[in-house]
Ligand binder design. Structure first.
Ligand SMILES: [Zn+2]
Length: 367
């Protein structure tokens, strides 16, 4: 769309200015200049809201959040841009992956639960534990939650799964990206939200023990995201489905302003999909946050519907975005393969996603 538009514009421009006496030419330049600037701005502003303008997510029938939402653009402010500790986040990914396969019901899964909880000492931690009845038998499932209360009425939820693929349990699959990166980025978000009393930061990070200046932020390490046999509505998203149902009953869902899922965000060749199963305004807000940080080239080159932990919440009308790069290696060959290992990942990718999501939270706080 954009190149075509530029060509047409050039044609019109040359037709106006050919063969005129010079004073008419200058008059036309004066009249046309503001129009030129306005058109150039339109092109710049529409860039990136959709990689393929013929299939706008707003009109996608599969996008349940097609109803117009709040405007994406937030006023610019002078708050410092967020910056996660990407080395630390990468180290978490390495440690999580080193446990080996971490499928539901396994010993390594239990070790990882303890590892996550050890990093949340002193925080407001809850869990949502239950038994899932699956085609492969019964499994203990445990979503781990940590809450950072805010001064504003409403909740921003960030989800990321920590289980690995059960059917691949004997294949050497360790899920560095798929399961590892999501677990790690949430641990780093907890560090940022908790704040450091020795290094107090204005803006996003709160002071320990005090409410953050904005919405409450809840982080959820979801369990049982993966299918135990073959992906279907009933064999997948065990933890997220349970949590969505629970939050529907207790009224929590109504308080959620935005829910964002982190999945497979560590790929060194980072290209986040515009997952059209989500609220267009929230997807646009994430893009706007990435633009503020200069990271927009890593977002939305592809678009399409992807099923992930956000689906049970999308179905219940919660504004959601799934932040996922489902192009992992050429033709996605590393996905659900023993090749999903640390050497494919980069701390920079964790930084790009981490900073972008923290900036998105900040922009949500301003609304
Ligand atoms: Zn997976």
């Amino acid at each position: 769309m954009k190149p075509q538009r530029t060509r047409r514009f050039t044609k019109v421009f040359s037709r106006i200015f050919l063969s005129e006496p010079s004073w008419i030419l200058w008059l036309k330049i004066c009249l046309a200049l503001p129009l030129t600037i306005a058109l150039a701005n339109t092109v710049a502003c529409t860039k990136g809201t959709s990689a393929d303008a013929t299939a706008s997510p707003a009109t996608n029938p599969e996008s349940p959040a097609a109803t117009p939402g709040p405007p994406a653009a937030a006023p610019t402010d002078n708050a410092p841009l967020p910056h996660i500790d990407s080395k630390r986040a990468f180290q978490y990914t390495r440690e999580v992956t080193a446990f080996g396969p971490r499928y539901m019901g396994s010993e390594n899964h239990k070790k990882l639960e303890r590892y996550i909880l050890d990093h949340l000492k002193g925080d407001q931690v809850e869990d949502d534990a239950f038994t899932a009845d699956t085609v492969e038998g019964k499994f203990p499932v445990r979503n781990i939650l940590v809450k950072f209360p805010g001064t504003k009425d409403g909740i921003i939820v960030i989800l990321g799964h920590y289980d690995t693929v059960y059917p691949l349990r004997n294949s050497g699959f360790v899920g560095a990206n798929d399961g590892g990166s999501s677990t790690a980025i949430l641990l780093e978000f907890a560090n940022q939200l908790r704040g450091d009393p020795n290094k107090p930061k204005p803006g996003l990070s709160g002071t320990p023990g005090k409410k953050r200046d904005g919405y409450s932020v809840w982080l959820v390490w979801t369990d049982g995201e993966e299918a135990v046999r073959k992906w279907s509505d009933t064999d997948s998203l065990y933890g997220a489905r349970h949590l969505a149902e629970k939050w529907e009953k207790d009224g929590t869902l109504k308080k959620i302003k935005a829910l964002m899922v982190m999945d497979m965000i560590g790929d060194a060749d980072l290209n986040i999909d515009r997952n059209t199963n989500g609220a267009p305004w929230l997807l646009d807000l994430i893009y706007a946050a990435a633009e503020r940080l200069g990271y927009q080239s890593h977002f939305y080159a592809r678009q399409g519907p992807i099923e992930d932990d956000h689906i049970p919440f999308v179905k219940r009308g919660v504004p959601c975005a799934d932040v996922i790069d489902l192009d992992y290696g050429y033709n996605n060959v590393f996905w659900h393969s023993p090749q999903d290992t640390m050497d494919k990942l980069s701390p920079k990718s964790l930084e790009i996603v981490g900073d972008t999501i923290l900036e998105t939270i900040h922009m949500l706080d301003q609304r």
